[in-house]
Design a protein around this ligand. Structure first.
Ligand code: E4P
Length: 286
């Protein structure tokens, strides 16, 4: 079976049955990412909701069971678990949730959003030795903020999740953002943060990142299955590759590198929409 030794492949799903299904098909997974929308779309969540009102505690327990089941299927592999954070959630509330969730499985990365409060929470979690995955990243400023708050973390303890597909959905260039983050980290000698290419919508982009030897990539079941089962000799189209390589001439001038988190422009509409979608999907189950 084809495998790229450089890039670790995670499944992007809130359903342990999907994890099991891929393993049954002899596909090797290196970990899993979850988020509130993925957990809310787990078929069992809908059944649970039918006929009864779920409390926040029920829902958290449901999430915990899912994570524990994934941990049994992928023993000790990294599982990303996301805190509940709306636009008003403070860092200390995220830290409290993160500390609790970090005990759910053997190798949990706590996902916090890349807004100011989320980055403060990440700083605190990392200082407590808790692994993090800083999510909803759509800009270089956010990526720089991630590096600032995690500079004392061990390599591998911090993931950053740039959301490729959500930028592409709006006609922007998600792949470009990931390449620029990679370059930004190289220029600033930031090696402890692993880049986790997220929100992957198609095999072409998936393959592109494998060819770029990204640290990590997460993708839904169908893309991973296609990659392993149907497209073992798939190479990204030449044109696609060439256009991306042309982007190697980076222009980072607009990023005013700052040593203060408060001076960075972390907010953007994608981040706000992302937080809103996660919380709406979650709250719809309550
Ligand atoms: C993974 O960690 C992300 O939450 C996920 O890839 C987002 O994907 P989406 O944009 O398809 O929701």
């Amino acid at each position: 079976m084809k495998s790229n030794m450089n890039t670790k492949i995670f499944l992007d799903s809130g359903d342990p049955n999907v994890t099991r299904e891929l393993l049954d098909r002899k596909i090797k997974l290196d970990g899993q990412t979850t988020n509130p929308s993925l957990v809310a779309s787990n078929p069992k969540a809908k059944l649970l909701k039918k006929g009864q009102k779920l409390t926040s505690r029920d829902l958290i327990n449901f999430y915990k069971e899912i994570v524990q089941e994934i941990d049994e299927i992928l023993p000790g592999k990294p599982i990303s678990v996301e805190v509940y954070a709306d636009l008003k959630t403070k860092a200390n509330e995220m830290v409290e949730q993160g500390v609790n969730m970090s005990h759910w499985a053997r190798n949990v990365h706590i996902k916090v959003p890349a807004n100011l409060e989320g980055l403060k929470a990440a700083r605190e979690l990392v200082s407590m030795g808790i692994k993090v995955n800083i999510t909803l990243v759509f800009s270089l400023e956010q990526a720089y903020g991630v590096a600032l708050v995690t500079k004392h973390a061990k390599r591998g303890d911090v993931f950053i999740s740039p959301f490729v597909g959500r930028l592409d959905d709006k006609g922007l260039d998600g792949v470009d953002l990931v390449l620029k983050i990679k370059k930004l980290y190289q220029i600033n000698q930031i090696s402890n943060v692993l880049i986790l290419a997220s929100s992957i919508r198609n095999l072409q982009v998936f393959n592109f990142f494998l060819n770029q030897k990204m640290d990590l990539i997460t993708a839904p079941k169908d893309i991973i299955a296609d990659y392993f089962l149907k497209n073992q000799n798939f190479e990204p189209e030449k044109n696609f590759l060439q256009s991306r390589i042309a982007l190697k001439k980076f222009d980072l001038d607009h990023l005013k590198v700052s040593n203060s988190l408060e001076n960075l422009n972390l907010e953007n509409q994608f981040l706000i929409d992302g937080i809103t979608k996660f919380t709406n999907d979650w709250n719809n189950l309550l």
